[in-house]
Design a protein around this ligand. Structure first.
Ligand code: 1GP
Length: 241
């Protein structure tokens, strides 16, 4: 089954999915033995309930994405999805690509510009391409996504704008909708926002940014998220059960 079909069927049967986000910039890739050991150790610390790995970051100055994907592929059967901050992070080695379009914030470069730059590489790959509407939501602190994309996040005090932007994404043909508070956000997307978006749209919802506890993850699931993405808490070993 394709990765997207799998996510859709999880949404329909109310199965909950957990993706761990791995930032290539924070991954050690010096020397094969050392890197494999790093990949192994990383995979050991993520929870058994993990269903997907996301690879990507707002920046990958050292062009490590491809190597990180290869290292992880050698160690796990979990599906590996690219979650690229820019077109240089698209590598054919992964299983799928979240073909993100930043629908919030009105910056054409991240709405369509980066996607045009990525198009030929994507065409020549066997990546499963998953059209994904990406909404940056204010999580109470400036995050790298906000800085790099040079866009303003949507305020959680104005749920209607979030809901209508999500709806527009669905009408544009996006297959998934990603509510992003930004990596390391002070506060995550609030459950009532997730619930309102969920009520308005029929495509599966992914929620990430600032989720550091089992409780916060469960709250996002209860509100209707099909998939939760956690990065920082596993990177710095602060995940709280
Ligand atoms: C992916 O931004 C998330 O959408 C990851 O956020 O690093 O805060 O878990 P954290």
């Amino acid at each position: 089954m394709s990765i997207l079909k799998n996510i859709i069927s999880a949404a329909q049967s109310k199965n909950r999915l957990l993706a761990i986000l791995i930032d290539p910039d924070k991954f050690e890739v010096d020397g094969d033995e050392k890197s494999s050991a790093f990949a192994k150790a990383y995979l050991k610390k993520i929870p058994a309930q993990t269903t997907h790995l996301f690879i990507g970051g707002s920046t990958d100055h050292n062009r490590k994405t491809e190597k990180v994907v290869q290292l992880l592929k050698a160690e796990t059967d979990l599906p590996i999805l690219l979650f690229p901050g820019d077109y240089t992070q698209v590598t054919p080695e992964a299983d799928a690509l979240l073909f993100l379009s930043l629908l919030s914030g009105d910056n054409p470069e991240f709405l369509i510009g980066q996607q045009v730059k990525a198009a030929r590489v994507v065409q020549q790959s066997n990546l499963e391409v998953i059209p994904t509407g990406y909404l940056l939501i204010d999580g109470g602190s400036q995050t790298a996504v906000e800085r790099v994309s040079n866009t303003q996040p949507l305020s959680q005090d104005q749920p209607e704008i979030i809901i209508t932007t999500a709806l527009a994404g669905q009408y544009l043909g996006k297959k998934l909708l990603y509510l992003e508070a930004g990596s390391g956000a002070r506060s995550a997307v609030q459950p009532h926002i997730i619930a309102s978006v969920c009520e308005a749209i029929t495509i599966p919802i992914i929620v990430g940014g600032g989720i550091r506890t089992e409780r916060a993850m469960q709250a996002a699931f209860t509100a209707g998220a099909t998939m939760v993405v956690v990065g920082t808490a596993f990177e710095d070993n602060t995940w709280n059960n």
